[in-house]
Design a protein. Structure first.
Length: 409
């Protein structure tokens, strides 16, 4: 199988097979792989525009029963370091996001057994009541499955209830590698099998939601399994056309049970470029500057990426594993423009919203990403007493005689 023959197929906009994609990933010179990915990007985005979104990545709880061995963020039930954000805390975060031009909240968290479906519904409704135009990009597929199991309701019904409460789109978190052999080794098989993750996305697309797709690589998967992940996403996109973008990042090993070492920047660029070639039915591919840093993020724009992702404002999960890169809007725009592209703000649906906010009005520079809470803040939100708890630790904050019928503003 000739690399030049496969490269010619890519240039002719022909779909590559699994074997051809693996051959490219393993043996194509890195500059050639980048050129092929860049050609795909240019064909899909000939205007020379690179987009980004201003939103905030809020992790509403770090309490989790999944216990994935690659995660440094979670805390077990009953841990003194565990937290649940209060509704008012989340409102304040939204206010701060809107002040700098943000349009959405990326809301994800641990699999907390003491947060029932009604908690999510009440939160979403309260957000929409206060901020009708603000978007909720919330709850990855494993979180939806977790809520489905807690509520003993099927996933489609959970999604419909969340949509009715205000859910706008679903993030692609929790995919890791969509191969069950790997998921079992990572201890994430129990939270969602590969088929279960894909099925949540299938139901979300059928319900009219758009979603993103992700891949965390560099743990225990083989090259073939990395490609299998991409091909399963491509197959579902052929079926539903519901994914807006693909994002890949390298495993961050610091402070994790799995440990190990991080993949190199070259491996990242080769993986990104291969994904851009393989995922021919995805319109958009994001650069992961939050794990790779600004310069590799900028270089990603020559390896198939047409989007610089999110300004983020806040980040907790990757930071817990040792990565602490920060780029505010001004820095993201500088990286885009220095690479020869025009920078434009977008929403989750990749609709262009306009030029950079910081050129329209004064926006404070952000030199460090914020966190969910200040260190040492272990306060328990008052509204938790309105929701039934399942764990012994959770029941200690539900006082006898409390009315368990949901939070009211």
């Amino acid at each position: 199988m000739s690399i030049l023959h496969i490269a010619d197929k890519v240039r002719r906009d022909a779909r590559v097979s699994a074997d051809e994609a693996l051959e490219l990933y393993r043996h194509a010179p890195t500059p050639l792989l980048g050129q092929l990915a860049d050609a795909v990007r240019a064909r899909k985005h000939p205007q020379g525009v690179v987009t980004y979104i201003i939103d905030r990545n809020v992790n509403y709880t770090n309490v989790c029963v999944a216990k994935c061995n690659f995660c440094a963020f979670y805390r077990p039930v009953g841990s003194p370091e565990g937290y649940v954000l209060g509704f008012e805390e989340i409102f304040r975060k939204i206010d701060e996001t809107i002040e700098v031009g943000g349009v959405q909240l990326l809301l994800q968290g641990g699999h907390n057994p003491d947060l029932p479906l009604t908690w999510y519904e009440d939160l979403f409704r309260a957000v929409k009541e206060r901020y009708p135009a603000f978007k909720l990009h919330a709850l990855s597929p494993p979180e939806v499955i977790h809520v489905s199991r807690l509520s003993q309701l099927p996933v489609p019904e959970v999604l419909q209830r969340l949509i009715a409460a205000g859910l706008d789109s679903v993030p692609g978190g929790g995919a890791e590698i969509l191969v069950d052999r790997v998921r079992k080794l990572l201890h994430c098989y129990g939270k969602a099998t590969a088929d279960e993750w894909l099925d949540v996305m299938r139901h979300a697309h059928r319900a009219g939601l758009r979603t993103t797709a992700t891949m965390m690589y560099g743990t225990l998967e083989t090259d073939q399994e990395r490609l299998e992940h991409m091909l399963r996403l491509r197959a579902l996109q052929d079926e539903t056309h519901g994914f807006t973008a693909f994002i890949t990042w390298s495993y961050q090993p610091e402070h994790t049970q799995l440990a190990g070492s991080e993949a190199t920047g070259i491996d990242y660029l080769r993986t990104l470029a291969t994904a851009r070639v393989v995922l021919d039915n995805f319109d958009n591919v994001q650069a992961s500057w939050v794990t790779q840093g600004g310069k590799v993020g900028q270089l990603s724009l020559a390896y198939g990426a047409n989007d610089m992702g999110s300004v983020m404002i806040e980040e907790n999960v990757v930071r817990a594993a040792g990565a602490s890169y920060c780029m505010d809007e001004a820095e993201i725009v500088r990286n885009i423009e220095d690479a020869g592209f025009a920078a434009k703000r977008r929403n989750m649906h990749y609709e262009i919203l306009g030029d950079p906010i910081f050129r329209e009005r004064d926006v404070p520079r952000m030199l460090e990403l914020l966190t969910a809470r200040e260190v040492g803040d272990h306060t328990t939100p008052a509204e938790l007493r309105f929701y039934p708890a399942r764990s012994r630790a959770g029941k200690t904050v539900r006082l006898p005689g409390d009315r368990i019928s949901g939070w009211k503003a």
